[in-house]
Design a binder for this molecule. Structure first.
Ligand SMILES: Nc1ncnc2c1ncn2[C@@H]1O[C@H](COP(=O)(O)OP(=O)(O)OP(=O)(O)O)[C@@H](O)[C@H]1O
Ligand SMILES: [Mg+2]
Length: 450
């Protein structure tokens, strides 16, 4: 049964709405003053609030603002007397869900409430459907043939049901995010949001407001109240990727959030409860970082309750071929034609060192498939271009720098390789890279590649 709070300073109206909505199957509570109603709405859970626009002590708009800025979850429907439409419209802008004009017919009010509930339900259904779509078999495929990966999946299955924080470690491109998603999907929060953020990709000055949100005027450019990623992940899972890059002051704040399950938007006085399962990933050795004073010991202990370590691809060679086949199937779907690996190609792939881990393998298959139009890939299709070397910035395990540095390093390397493969012919190199000649010139200039 839905709970409704009726707020109107007219006793007669409170009474008749109480009877009417009670008959319609609602659990109704009524208040005659905006201030008292606010206290009550903050203390008790309501699904719907019917609020008069004009009241003696606190007008409906002020109630709405106060209620919504405190994160009040109920749908608020305004009631406006003749001539009050403008105020009602203003209320809609402030977050009211709908409004009804007074005087209203009994069935009109009930219908408005039902419609609001129906739309809300629909929204939830859509969100659930979306989550299910995301976890369709194609998206879910997680290859784990090696003993090490099977063991990792075992831990995933065991921790999924709980709210335990899990620290996922492993070099770049080993599949840390894939494991994080698997934990999310296997647990009770699967229908809730999965939000991932790369701590290294967001400038330090913005990170706090990205994570925790901000209120109007908190800093220059903060034009309105904005929820952060923690609030966006409410009811679901938040992955803090590259947590080793989190600045020390934010580490302290994160620890407090984990202890209290409450966040405070930047510039806000009050705290808000959030129900978020936190996952953290890092390519760094956090214990060593803590030893060097760059990572808080207490936060490390708090994150390190359960650790899943993903070994380098070279240490789990059983996964190489199944992964390669999996990527070929995915690519075939995208390219719209068949794509297979010859036996020789399989043997060749199995022997490579794969310093760039799963991601490098994925890229190698993609590059080979795109550069040839054949449906069966041979070792020569892979040899056309050098494999990513361990020293290329995008594939290094540690000290990989900011996202921009990584991307730029990878671009520079790809351009140099394409030019070399094309024997210095720029037009041919641009074609290989799938960019215009103009773009190639621009980037060569920018990265000082000759
Ligand atoms: N076990 C797996 N099965 C299928 N695909 C995988 C697996 N592991 C990794 N991948 C794929 O490899 C790529 C890299 O994986 P992911 O992004 O999870 O790595 P990561 O460890 O988070 O890397 P980074 O440190 O660069 O953030 C992704 O495209 C992912 O889909
Ligand atoms: Mg990642």
């Amino acid at each position: 049964m839905s709970r409704v709070l009726v707020i109107d300073d007219e006793p007669g109206l409170r009474q008749s709405l109480g009877l009417l909505l009670g008959d319609a199957g609602y659990d109704v509570v009524a208040e005659g003053s905006g201030a008292r109603a606010l206290e009550r709405a903050r203390a008790e859970p309501f699904d719907l609030i019917l609020c008069d626009v004009r009241m003696a002590d606190m007008d409906g708009l002020a109630f709405l603002r106060a209620y919504k800025s405190g994160g009040g979850p109920a749908l608020v429907i305004m009631m406006s007397a003749y001539g009050g439409e403008e105020a009602a419209l203003a209320a809609m802008k402030e977050g009211a869900y709908d409004y009804v004009a007074k005087p209203f017919r009994p069935d009109e009010v009930v219908l408005t409430l039902r419609k609001a509930e129906e739309r809300e339900r629909l929204g939830h259904t859509i969100a659930t459907l979306r989550a299910q779509l995301d976890s369709s078999p194609a998206a879910r495929a997680l290859i784990a043939e090696s003993p090490a990966m099977r063991q990792a999946l075992d831990v995933v299955a065991r921790v999924a049901a709980h709210r335990t924080t899990v620290l996922i470690t492993g070099e770049r491109g080993t599949g840390k995010e894939v494991i994080a998603q698997a934990i999310h999907r296997a647990g009770a929060r699967a229908a809730g949001p999965f939000v991932a953020v790369n701590c290294a990709a967001i400038p330090e000055t913005l990170l706090e407001s990205e994570l925790f949100g901000s209120v109007k005027g908190a800093f220059t450019g903060a034009s309105g109240d904005r929820p952060g990623l923690f609030e966006q992940a409410d009811g679901g899972t938040l992955l803090l990727d590259e947590i080793g890059e989190l600045p020390l002051p934010l580490q302290a704040k994160l620890l407090r959030v984990l202890q209290e399950s409450e966040i405070r938007r930047v510039g806000d006085q009050k705290t808000r409860r959030v129900d978020v399962r936190l996952l953290a990933a890092t390519a760094k050795d956090l214990a060593a970082e803590a030893g060097a004073g760059r990572f808080r010991h207490d936060l490390f202990d708090r994150l390190n309750v359960v650790t899943i370590h993903l070994p380098r691809l070279a240490e789990r060679r059983e996964d190489i071929v199944p992964l390669a086949r999996h990527f070929a199937v995915q690519l075939a779907r995208r390219l719209g034609h068949g794509l297979e690996l010859s036996e020789a190609a399989v043997a060749w792939l199995r022997e490579q060192p794969w310093p760039g881990n799963v991601r490098a393998l994925e890229h190698a298959i993609e590059r080979a498939a795109v550069l040839t139009d054949k449906e069966i890939l041979e070792p020569t299709d892979f040899r056309k271009e050098p494999l990513p070397s361990p020293s290329s910035p995008g594939e290094r395990g540690e000290g990989s720098g900011t996202l921009r540095e990584v991307v730029e390093g990878a671009e520079r390397a790809a351009i140099a390789a394409a030019l070399q493969a094309a024997g210095g012919n720029r037009r041919a190199a641009a074609k290989r890279l799938g960019v215009s000649l103009r773009t190639l010139f621009y980037k060569m200039d920018r990265y000082s590649v000759d």
